[in-house]
Design a protein around this ligand. Structure first.
Ligand SMILES: Nc1nc2c([nH]c(=O)n2[C@H]2C[C@H](O)[C@@H](COP(=O)(O)OP(=O)(O)OP(=O)(O)O)O2)c(=O)[nH]1
Length: 147
């Protein structure tokens, strides 16, 4: 029992570009800032829920704080547990198709609009399932990322 760790809820935003026919295209990856665990690894932007927050509230706050954008509708997509040495996390991945404002990297992260197979590396382990879900949705075969 002492080994059991209470999971931390994390809201994650998968920002996806869509064309005029509504077909999904590139998605946004950001690199983890210096000073955080897994600094320099690529992930989907987001962060931990604060006390009393819903996933949607946390996602709006985090994307505004980290990227300077205001997001529109939040579409809950998948929930995934990940066990890291530093924490056990419950990742709430949400798709977002609409946002406003200019992207500003407020934590000196980097951003990249990417496609399968993802060109940025290294990718955070907790991000790889998302790439597999994209591959299924899009009928992509072969590697989902480099390395
Ligand atoms: N944002 C994000 N976090 C992810 C992904 N995959 C994944 O395993 N994680 C993990 C890494 C971290 O342990 C946790 C997110 O916590 P964080 O440290 O980035 O959150 P935060 O911005 O609230 O951080 P802090 O203020 O406590 O420093 O979720 C992902 O795709 N995006």
């Amino acid at each position: 029992m002492s080994e059991e760790r209470v999971p931390v809820d994390v809201a994650v935003g998968v920002l996806v570009e869509r064309d005029d026919q509504g077909r999904e295209g590139r998605f946004l990856l950001t690199s983890r800032p210096e000073g955080k665990v897994y600094a320099g690894y690529w992930e989907f932007p987001g962060g931990k829920l604060e006390a009393g927050e819903t996933v949607e509230q946390a996602l709006r706050r985090e994307l505004h704080e980290e990227l300077g954008i205001t997001i529109g509708a939040v579409h809950p997509w998948k929930v995934e547990m990940m066990d890291y040495p530093h924490a056990r996390v419950r990742l709430h991945f949400c798709k977002v198709f609409d946002w406003s404002g200019e992207f500003e990297m407020r934590e000196q992260q980097r951003m990249a609009w990417d496609q399968l197979p993802v060109q940025q590396q290294p990718v955070l382990p907790g991000t790889i399932p998302v790439l597999q879900w994209f591959a299924q949705e899009r009928g992509h075969t072969g590697p989902t990322h480099l390395g």
